[in-house]
Design a protein around this ligand. Structure first.
Ligand code: PRT
Ligand code: MG
Length: 215
């Protein structure tokens, strides 16, 4: 794939919401990763391939040049740190927010007020650490890899830091949002070396994406 370009995408919401952007760049995937088990997917353009990766792995593939470009959530980019990545565009897709949530009965404001140590379960250690440090709130962070909503229900944590979109998952587990940390959307990330070496292939894709971004 040295002569072409490789785009790293995760399946699910990012893949679905990227399809119209790809179409604007004249790129149509030959298979749907949801039904295919292939991890390398061709397109209508012989020089463009897609690689299907875990959402949190996208920045790593692009950082090391295994993919020339990719699409990743701000949450994922924040945890990765962004080393080696050029981030030319906010694509305004896969939107949600990073928030602090607690069980319905827990008085978060009072706990913060009296300077209690709060136990917080999250997959987003970097984001949580910086948020609470900036507020001067003492926390013990507990790293989880998923189903954060369960942690306060079984006494593992007082609070969680997680992504919220409709709020349905929080409601279903009797949790309430008490603080929004930041608005999240997905960005286009490009390998810095590839941008120089493959500019004539990458630049038109970046420009087509820019023209197709919805406000
Ligand atoms: O596979 P891996 O664990 O590495 O990643 P992932 O499961 O986070 O991937 P995926 O495909 O689910 O999410 C990819 C990106 O979509 C994330 O990095 C976010 O930037 C973005 N995104 C947008 C979301 C959501 N909305 C979202 N609602 N990612 C996750 N959620 C989850 C959230 O964690 C919670 O469990 O959905 C649940 C809440 O949804 P509501 O609608 O009930 O509030
Ligand atoms: Mg998920």
């Amino acid at each position: 794939m040295a002569n072409g370009i490789t785009l790293a995408l995760s399946k699910g919401r990012i893949f679905e919401e990227t399809l119209p952007l790809l179409a604007a760049a004249g790129i149509v995937p030959s298979e749907n990763p949801e039904s295919s088990r292939k991890l390398i997917i061709g397109t209508n353009r012989p020089e463009v391939n897609l690689v299907i990766v875990r959402a949190s792995d996208t920045p790593t593939y692009v950082q090391y040049g295994a993919a020339d470009l990719g699409i990743a959530g701000k949450d994922v980019l924040f945890e990765h740190g962004g080393v080696g990545l050029y981030q030319p565009l906010d694509l305004n897709i896969a939107k949600c927010r990073m928030s602090v949530a607690v069980p319905e009965g827990f008085d978060y404001a009072a706990a913060v007020q009296r300077g209690a140590r709060i136990r917080v379960a999250t997959k987003y250690m970097q984001m949580a650490r910086e948020h609470f440090a900036a507020k001067g709130v003492h926390v013990d962070l507990i790293k989880l890899y998923g189903s954060m909503e369960l942690a306060p229900l079984v006494g593992l944590a007082d609070a969680i830091v997680d992504l919220v979109s409709t709020g349905g998952t929080l409601r279903a587990n009797k949790l309430v949002e008490v603080e929004e940390i930041m608005q999240i959307s997905s960005r286009l990330v490009v390998n810095q070396a590839a941008l120089k070496l493959k500019r004539e292939l990458l630049q038109p894709v970046i420009e087509a994406f820019a023209g197709a971004v919805k406000p």
